[in-house]
Design a protein around this ligand. Structure first.
Ligand code: F3S
Ligand code: F3S
Length: 105
């Protein structure tokens, strides 16, 4: 699966949503998350993110490895499936995102 990591937090550019052919990117309060069971590894989202937040799971930089679990935790804890665009924006987030200080613009 692909994973969205910390650079997305408080940026939420959303370009990735438009690229995903299976609509498996879900919107939380402070970042977006990829549903690991719905992502088909097409890779279309990865190059379009302006802050390089998206990685193939084996390539997530060491400092952000916890985001692989965070993406999975998010869809599980929020109970989301069946299409991120359909679900729309949620105000939900998971650790470690909830514990991060607000990013100053
Ligand atoms: Fe976030 Fe990048 Fe998508 S900032 S919303 S992962 S385009
Ligand atoms: Fe969609 Fe990106 Fe996976 S475009 S299918 S989330 S690799």
């Amino acid at each position: 699966t692909y994973v969205i990591a910390e650079p997305c937090v408080d940026v939420l550019d959303r370009t990735c949503i438009e690229e995903c052919p299976v609509d498996c990117i879900y919107e939380g309060g402070r970042m977006l998350y990829i549903h690991p069971d719905e992502c088909v590894d097409c890779g279309a989202c990865e190059p379009v993110c302006p802050v390089e937040a998206i990685y193939y799971d084996e390539d997530v930089p060491d400092e952000w490895v916890s985001y692989t679990k965070a993406n999975a935790d998010f869809v599980e804890q929020a109970g989301l499936s069946g299409g991120g665009k359909k679900v729309g924006k949620t105000d939900f987030d998971v650790e470690p995102i909830t514990g991060l200080p607000a990013r100053v613009a």
